[in-house]
Design a protein around this ligand. Structure first.
Ligand SMILES: C[S@@+](CC[C@H](N)C(=O)[O-])C[C@H]1O[C@@H](n2cnc3c(N)ncnc32)[C@H](O)[C@@H]1O
Length: 328
């Protein structure tokens, strides 16, 4: 006779709702991973058994467990094209993250080195900016993405704000649109020094504000276009920045941000794209996510010497946000 947990995995795979219910009612552990490294939720998701997923989720099965190959139940439902199962897991993910926000916090917590990025040394090379742990702060493969972000936030002309200079890719692209003014907020002393050395302080329409965006808000004005892309911060910081949009963004203005949320797991990324859009909607902004293929920019060699592959997906979804009440 198999253990109850193994029986639960099997019943979930077969879509046997009666058996799943009975096993749950008798106290079987819904979080169990079987010999293949899959849990009951993954088995049900793979086969598209939506009623089983509902039972398991209500019994507390975590939506975000990962198999040894780094896939979640939602990834399996997505891969197999089971839309009902996918929607159930997506909703479970959004609800859980709205309350707990566990994934993005965990992803951003840099393996608890305890080193604060802004006090850390950074190193520059032709194709990347790295922190002292060989984690990439910014990489040149993102150049086409930064150009697309610049195009979006400069589409209305006028006054543009960028938070986070990094390698200056987005700022160089913004300059091509010759905005009336171009404000750049940068908090890292070495990045700031490099900006000055490379002449950014002398550009006529550029104003550099040195400091953490959180600390320099009083020096900012209102803008027609805003781009946000920091490093070493949490999803909560992005969320906090969004709270300031109503004071920073002019009516009709465009806001965009680097959408690297959970960029190493396809399903978690979908959950976070929905979550951030929902949160922006609550603040009065609509979000359009424009798909940009990135597979071709990302050969194996790109990641040589880089500790974490912060992006592993084939498509980048570029957010374009605008106030829902703004004039067209
Ligand atoms: C990913 S890079 C930005 C890359 C930039 N978009 C580009 O095109 O090169 C993030 C930058 O944000 C800066 N940064 C991190 N935290 C910040 C904060 N709280 N306020 C302002 N800048 C910050 C980092 O020092 C870094 O230069």
């Amino acid at each position: 006779m198999k253990e109850a947990e193994e029986q639960l995995c099997e019943a979930a795979r077969k879509g046997d709702t009666e058996r799943v219910k009975a096993l749950i009612d008798s106290g079987t552990d819904v979080t169990h991973f079987d010999g293949e490294g899959l849990n009951p939720l993954m088995h049900a998701a793979k086969q598209g058994h939506a009623p089983v997923l509902t039972l398991l989720l209500s019994a507390g099965a975590p939506w975000n467990g990962l198999s040894p190959s780094g896939l979640s139940a939602g990834d399996y439902a997505m891969k197999e094209g089971h839309s009902e199962a996918f929607d159930l897991l997506l909703n479970a993910g959004i609800q859980a993250e709205l309350i707990l926000g566990t994934i993005a916090r965990k992803e951003n917590k840099s393996e608890d080195s305890g080193v604060d990025y802004l006090e850390d040394r950074v190193s520059f090379s032709e194709d990347k900016l790295m922190d002292s742990e060989s984690k990439a702060v910014m990489m040149a493969w993102e150049k086409p993405l930064m150009e697309a972000h610049a195009k979006a936030v400069c589409s209305g002309g006028g006054h543009v704000l960028n938070v986070g200079f990094g390698m200056g890719l987005v700022d160089s692209a913004i300059q091509q649109y010759a905005p009336a003014s171009h404000t750049i907020v940068e908090a890292h002393p070495e990045v700031y020094q490099r900006m000055l050395r490379s002449g950014w302080g002398q550009k006529e329409n550029v104003k550099i504000v040195f400091g953490r965006w959180q600390d320099v808000l009083s020096q900012l004005e209102t803008y027609d276009g805003i781009f946000f892309d920091t490093y070493g911060e949490y999803y909560d910081d992005l969320r906090e920045f969004h709270q300031h949009l109503p004071t920073l963004l002019k009516p009709g203005g465009i806001y965009s941000f680097f959408n690297g949320l959970c960029g190493s797991n396809a399903f978690f990324h979908v959950v976070y794209c929905h979550l951030v859009s929902l949160e922006l909607e609550n603040l009065g902004y609509s979000t359009q996510l424009i798909p940009l293929p990135v597979k071709d920019c990302l050969g194996e060699q790109v990641w040589e010497g880089v500790k974490q592959r912060y992006w592993q997906l084939d498509t980048y979804y570029l957010p374009v946000c605008q106030s829902v009440e703004d004039p067209e």
